[in-house]
Design a protein around this ligand. Structure first.
Ligand code: FAD
Length: 535
């Protein structure tokens, strides 16, 4: 496959402005800001993010953060729940580290001004699917991410050694003699800049936008994973994308997540003929685990030849429904749907990228000088499936670990203020106009069709051929704006995901192969590592 150049853009260090920092953090979600807050003065931290500071998956998190905080609960319970969800691929040492650090991380957030919901003067703890005990702290009802990010952004903004740059797109990681030495970024109003960093922390989040239906905001285009791959870092577990079963499916709507709590309160799932189909599939009916419900929905959509199924709340008390789900009520109303009597169209959507850049317990990647934390990584915490509310926690624990360790190393590196002899030159394809939006939409639809909740060899091979074809002419170009770079990154991510899904000839966690429906521990209790970038 033609992968013509190491960097997406050309740059000449003699004609590009330079910026020097001790630590560069890419991404201003929970992982990036937590990392930045761990770096002590006098070290400088520059945090870059491609959109407004508030635009991240972290801000949209609803349910909460898991941590053992109740006297009835034990670390061992949280560890076992996480291992069970991960279907044999979690790393026990990592799970133990994250679970044991959770209470301290949650306390730090409280110290920094996060107001978690309380009951009788105590933190209110809720329980979610897969958790054996009540251990999820939440804020503003179902807007935990919004509140946590409000507090952490305020804290970072007030911290003198942290500089925050919004509207700054990281195009690529700079590498020199096998080390990451910073990044080439595009800053609105300034253009290309070369940022030289003693240590670089990647916290650029997930890749839900590679699917047409996703709960993720538009920033989640897998840029960091693709850039790390081009820079030579190892990635793994790319076949594991967690789907949320019930995402609002109305033309023109953003794909709004309809929380599991709606089914928890008694909502039914019905097909286009009004048939309630979950009871005959699983004894837990609508409350079966996410992957079971998502697969059942897809099968029912196929059987009824209909693009969605429906959530039905019409048998519940309308006053209770409206009081319990004000956000969902408001969103549905804006499309003329009354949740107390109308059927709400839903289908599964990409929710959480389990795979990513391989990191060790400190967040170190396989590329010296590059650290990573949060959804961009594969840390060994989630295995083949993420336990609900463990991902904000992962961002906190690994963000702090990266910040601490990268800072210790940076403190030992003297300032040189030297730009390294790096340049990027190539002859890009310039013939013919390219409709970037059209290819992006085609890719996102293809991923739903062939790399969605249910996969098989024939579909994956078709997807592999189509993506390889698009890559040939999209990667041969040089773009000068965000949509073009995002498309190039989405294509890279899609290629790695499809390849890994083809290789894994079994079903495990969130990866379901209809041609290999069983889990096969003899062959597949291992990670699939993406081979290094070629050419
Ligand atoms: C609707 C929804 C609900 C969720 N609910 C929960 C929940 O209740 N509990 C839970 O634990 N998890 C939840 N999750 C998952 C959780 O929110 C994420 O996994 C977590 O927030 C990821 O944090 P992060 O810091 O790694 O990435 P993000 O928060 O996504 O931050 C990534 C940052 O990187 C920036 N960035 C990306 N590309 C570039 C680039 N090229 N250049 C510069 N900057 C870039 C982005 O702009 C952003 O600032 C939910 C997710 C969604 C979408």
């Amino acid at each position: 496959m033609a992968m013509p150049h190491r960097y997406l853009v050309q740059f000449n260090p003699k004609q590009t402005p330079h910026f020097f920092t001790d630590i560069l953090v890419i991404g201003a979600g929970i992982a990036g800001l937590r990392a930045a807050l761990e770096v002590p003065a006098p070290l400088n931290v520059l945090v870059v993010t491609k959109d407004r500071i508030q635009q991240s998956n972290s801000t949209y998190a609803q349910g909460g953060i898991a941590g053992v905080l109740s006297p009835e609960d034990r670390f061992e319970n949280h560890i076992e729940d996480t291992l069970r969800a991960g279907a044999g691929l979690c790393h026990r040492d990592i799970v133990e580290k994250v679970v044991r650090e959770a209470p301290e991380q949650i306390n730090d957030l409280i110290r920094w001004g996060t107001h978690f919901d309380e009951e009788d003067g105590q933190l209110a703890l809720t329980r979610e699917g897969g958790h054996s005990h009540r251990r999820i702290v939440h804020a503003l009802g179902d807007a935990t991410g919004y509140e946590v990010m409000r507090a952490i952004i305020e804290r970072a903004t007030e911290t003198p050694n942290i500089t925050l740059w919004g509207d700054t797109f990281t195009v690529d990681l700079l590498t020199h003699e096998g080390r990451c030495v910073g990044a080439v970024v595009w800053r609105v109003g300034q253009g290309l800049l070369l940022i030289w960093a003693k240590q670089t922390i990647l916290a650029s989040g997930g890749a839900g936008m590679v699917y047409r239906e996703t709960t993720n905001p538009p920033v989640a285009t897998g840029d960091g994973m693709a850039a790390a791959y081009r820079a030579g870092a190892a990635l793994r577990d790319m076949e594991f994308m967690q789907f949320h079963p019930t995402v609002l499916y109305v033309a023109g709507s953003s794909r709004f997540l309809i929380s599991e709590a709606v089914r928890g309160e008694g909502a039914y799932l019905r097909d286009r003929h009004g048939k309630r189909f979950m009871p005959e599939i699983d004894a837990r009916a609508e409350l079966a685990p996410r992957d079971v419900v998502a697969q059942a929905i897809v099968r029912q959509m196929e059987a009824t030849r209909h693009p969605n199924v429906y959530l039905d709340l019409s048998h519940l008390d309308p006053a209770v429904v409206r009081r319990r789900f004000p956000g969902i009520d408001k969103m549905c109303k804006s499309f003329g749907l009354d949740i107390s009597k109308d059927q709400i169209p839903v289908r599964p959507g990409a929710h959480y990228m389990v795979g990513g850049v391989t990191v060790d317990a400190e967040g170190q990647t396989t590329l010296p000088g590059l650290w990573a934390a949060g959804e961009v990584t594969s840390s060994g915490l989630h295995g083949a499936n993420r336990l609900a509310s463990n991902s904000l926690l992962e961002g906190l624990v690994f963000g702090a670990a990266c910040g601490r360790t990268a800072a210790a190393l940076a403190a030992e590196q003297p300032d040189t203020f030297t730009a390294l002899p790096l340049a990027s030159r190539f002859a890009p394809e310039t013939d013919g106009a390219l409709d970037v939006a059209d290819i992006t939409n085609s890719l996102r639809s293809l991923m739903v069709r062939h790399m969605g909740v249910t996969r098989d060899k024939a579909g994956l091979e078709q997807a592999e051929r189509d993506v390889a074809f698009w890559c040939r002419y999209v990667r041969a170009r040089e773009f000068s704006d965000r949509p073009g770079w995002e498309l190039q990154n989405l294509l890279t991510i899609a290629r790695l995901m499809i390849h890994s899904a083809l290789v894994r000839e079994e079903s495990r966690g969130v990866h379901f192969r209809s041609d290999f429906p069983e889990r096969d521990d003899t062959k597949w209790q291992r990670h699939i590592v993406c081979s290094p970038f070629q050419g």
